[in-house]
Ligand binder design. Structure first.
Ligand code: ADP
Ligand code: MG
Length: 476
């Protein structure tokens, strides 16, 4: 009697199960549904176009082997790709969205794959000769390498742990590796350095750097385009996933939920996660508890402001890399006057160079002084919601946790509203993010706070004065 599609597929799965890791089996084989067997052509249904591509890239050989064992040398495999939201996209060409830079098109819903013999002898089903890995552009910037990352007291732990992760992704206790610290202290640089290190030592690893914001945008788009499965499958096959600025997930529950699943999948699979944030996991507001607890599984390492010696070393590195010459006394002058933030340190060096080239002036201490004076006067620090809360609380002499609590006491409510108002006017954060970071409020509450403060500024002279004073303090 001839075997039916269910039996054939079941038999294939038995062999496959013994040959692929169980997590991969769950992810990539369990969702497959056998649909029919006509002559020697088995049709299997896969949940998304990306899924089909991934199977083709990673598992075609084992599929081929098992299917031939079942159906003989003429066996063929056809995929029926489920298009999400069928009614709209049935006849449209389908574009695989992830990764954005490597788009390929599936013209038909049914994809037929001839399984001609390539003549390759397959020694190991996991290392498939002649089949290229899915190409993912890791989005890494060569400039952000470990070579260019100056070590100092301020970053020693984070740097050496990061280095260990780079050499053995997924194989250290530092998973996830969580890097936190204020803006401009090198979080992005360090996270990227790890990615670069992995790529150098193990080019076959799929590395991806993505900002939390981009992740969120892609996620929202995938919902809109009915490609959420593709989105998930894409992220589930990354070996080293770097998510920058995870504090941006605050208040975005659906994104967090999806990230939680991706996180679990990768972690269970021994894949490396690297996360950065402007706050320690315990201080992250607006993030779900279950996500925060995951963040604490590995190592959280912070970056501090560099000391003078490190600041000088950083400047010298940049100067050397750019092939320019600057008198050491000028370097020291800059490093002495710009203390907190490496980004500003670099900014100062760049404006100094620009000044000297444009005005054809020599780079002297005087020029540096002129420039730094201007820089300090003209540029505001990047202001964070945290910083705003701190300053507002100091000003009204209330403890920081009060402003984040649910209390309805009048003076606390007002301080909270002012903090929300400044967060809206002085940062680029969304209403939802601001609300999440200030006591877990929703966007409507923040909007209401901004209106209330604006009204009071118009009507209450004393209030207006306080707001002006606060604004001055915030912009120092
Ligand atoms: P963050 O992500 O923490 O805001 P970045 O990683 O963007 O900070 O760093 C800001 C700038 O400072 C970058 O140009 C980076 O190369 C530089 N930088 C930070 N730390 C170091 C360091 N230890 N050595 C060399 N350059 C650094
Ligand atoms: Mg950054």
């Amino acid at each position: 009697m001839k075997k039916g599609h269910t039996t054939v597929w079941k038999n294939c799965l038995k062999i496959i199960k013994d040959n692929v890791p169980s997590i991969s089996f769950k992810t990539w084989f369990e969702p497959i549904v056998p649909v029919r067997l006509v002559d020697n052509v088995l049709t299997i249904q896969v949940p998304s176009p990306f899924f089909y591509e991934y199977l083709e890239e990673q598992y075609i050989d084992i599929l081929k082997k098992t299917l031939r064992k079942e159906l003989g040398q003429n066996a063929r495999l056809e995929y029926s790709v489920v298009m999400e939201n069928n009614s709209h996209s049935q006849n449209k060409p389908y574009t695989v969205k992830f990764p954005a830079k490597n788009q390929s098109t599936l013209k038909n819903k049914l994809v037929s794959v001839p399984m001609e013999n390539t003549g390759n002898i397959i020694k190991n089903p996991f290392i498939i000769p002649g089949i290229k890995k899915l190409h993912v552009n890791p989005q890494l910037n060569e400039a952000y390498s470990f070579n260019n990352f100056v070590e100092g007291e301020c970053n020693r732990l984070a740097r050496s742990a990061g280095f260990a992760v780079g050499n053995n992704p997924g194989g250290t206790a530092f998973n996830p590796f969580f890097i936190y610290g204020d803006s401009g202290l090198g979080k992005t640089h360090l996270a990227q350095a790890i990615g670069i290190q992995v790529k150098e030592a193990r080019p076959e690893k799929i590395v991806l750097y993505v900002t939390a914001n981009l992740f969120q945008t892609q996620f929202v788009e995938s919902i809109r385009n009915n490609t959420k499965n593709d989105f998930l499958h894409f992220y589930q096959m990354i070996d080293v996933l770097i998510i920058d600025d995870v504090q941006e997930f605050a208040g975005k529950e659906k994104t967090q939920d999806t990230f939680f699943h991706i996180f679990n999948h990768l972690h269970q699979n021994g894949k490396q996660l690297i996360l950065t944030s402007d706050k320690a996991p315990v201080e992250l507001q607006g993030l779900e508890q279950r996500l925060l607890s995951r963040f604490k599984w590995g190592l959280a390492a912070d970056l501090q402001s560099p000391d003078l010696e490190t600041r000088i070393a950083i400047l010298n590195k940049k100067i050397y890399n750019d092939g320019i010459e600057i008198d050491p006394s000028v370097v020291e002058y800059i490093a002495t006057h710009i203390k907190t933030n490496v980004r500003e340190l670099e900014g100062a060096l760049i404006s100094l160079l620009a000044q000297s080239t444009l005005n054809k002036k020599e780079i002297t201490i005087d020029l540096a002084r002129e420039m730094i004076d201007k820089l300090v006067k003209n540029s505001y620090h990047e202001i964070s919601i945290n910083h705003i809360q701190k300053v507002v609380c100091e000003y009204y002499k209330i403890p920081l946790d009060m402003i984040q609590s649910k209390t309805r006491k009048r003076e606390i409510v007002q301080a909270r509203q002012i903090a929300m108002y400044f967060s809206k006017s002085l940062t680029k954060s969304s209403l939802a993010t601001i609300g999440a970071k200030i006591g877990g409020k929703d966007h409507a509450t923040v909007l209401h706070a901004c209106k209330t403060v604006n009204n009071l500024i118009d009507t209450d002279k004393r209030f207006r004065m306080q707001v002006h004073e606060l604004e001055k303090k915030l912009k120092i």
